[in-house]
Design a protein around this ligand. Structure first.
Ligand SMILES: [Mn+2]
Length: 317
């Protein structure tokens, strides 16, 4: 009897995970394996959008009685992210691209962990190495995942391998940028109010006794968005800074198509911190940064700045 193998991702897969599920299942079937493809939870908005655009349906495993001999996980590498229905002991292969991974959760698995921008790159490379041509839908979803994860090759996680895999996929079918633009546009259709966006991200870090809070959006058309919402953004930032007693309150907006950032701050204190930490100049509470910089890269710079500043003031006394 042939073995029944499941290919899946963590709960609520993002576009990268979804693309890997679809394409890796196809790859293994092409190699003659008996593969089932399932998702658990709800695909994230961006993945749902691309699946619908491409007319791809992936069955949901939440309410199924699972009976698989082996399980392959893509774009995830820790048991705590999985549906409770997945038995970690049955996992035979893990393919992922993150530095912090709980690979010990899967004692029977072959582990492939490589630091590329998108797990979809690792799957595309398997097609390339085996000289198997993916279907057009698989090629498009892998390409969309690479572009989304690397923010059009503009963020720091991007590697040469991501660019090479994406180019190979584009050349196969002449994938147009239209679907990518639609995907970015969809992602940018901000459905919440400024207040709701900020409330959903509320929280702070404390560096040398100073509370720092950042809010982030990744959209296209940042300039227009900020112009249309500036009063609301400033009002909410000021309110939050006062209510929570924040020393630095920053809204950072990544333009995913142009590949740059715009910052808006609550007050002069925040302005001084962000200007000092990131070397930007504010005009009317707004500053521009020429590249993509994500919140997780901004925070260490602010931390450094505040630590050095407190050292300087100690030396002066
Ligand atoms: Mn990923």
């Amino acid at each position: 009897m042939t073995e029944k193998i499941l290919v899946t991702d963590a709960l609520d897969p993002d576009l990268d995970g979804t693309a890997c599920i679809v394409a890796y299942s196809e790859f293994l079937r092409a190699k003659g394996q008996s593969i089932e493809t399932l998702i658990f939870g709800t695909p994230q908005e961006e993945s749902a959008f691309v699946l619908e655009k491409l007319g791809i349906e992936i069955p949901n495993g939440d309410d199924l009685n699972l009976d698989f001999d082996q399980i392959i996980l893509v774009d995830t590498s820790g048991a705590r992210w999985l549906s409770k229905k997945i038995d970690p002991a049955k996992v035979c292969e893990v393919i992922d691209h993150r530095e912090v991974a709980d690979t010990g959760d899967f004692p029977n698995a072959k582990i492939q962990l490589e630091m590329v921008g998108s797990c979809a790159t690792l799957i595309a490379e398997k097609f390339i190495a085996a000289k198997i041509v993916p279907s057009e839908k698989s090629a498009i979803i892998l390409y969309a995942a690479i572009i989304s994860n690397t923010i059009n090759f503009k963020n720091k996680v991007t590697t040469k391998r991501d660019k090479k895999a994406a180019k190979w996929l584009v050349d196969l079918y002449g994938i147009s940028d239209e679907i990518i633009h639609q995907m970015f546009e969809y992602k940018s259709d901000v459905k919440l109010s400024i207040k709701q966006i900020f409330q959903s991200q509320i929280g702070c870090h404390t560096f040398v006794d100073k509370k720092v809070s950042t809010f982030q959006l990744e959209i296209i058309g940042v300039k227009e968005f900020i112009t249309n919402n500036l009063n609301e953004i400033k009002k909410e930032l000021i309110l939050i800074a006062a209510n929570e007693d924040y020393f630095c309150t920053l809204f950072t907006c990544v333009d995913i198509e142009l590949g740059n950032n715009t910052f808006v701050v609550a007050d002069k204190k925040s302005e001084d911190v962000v200007a000092g930490a990131l070397g930007v100049e504010f005009k009317n509470g707004i500053a521009h940064y020429p590249h993509v910089i994500m919140r997780k890269e901004i925070l260490p710079k602010i931390k450094n700045y505040l630590e050095n500043r407190s050292l300087d003031s100690l030396e002066m006394t």
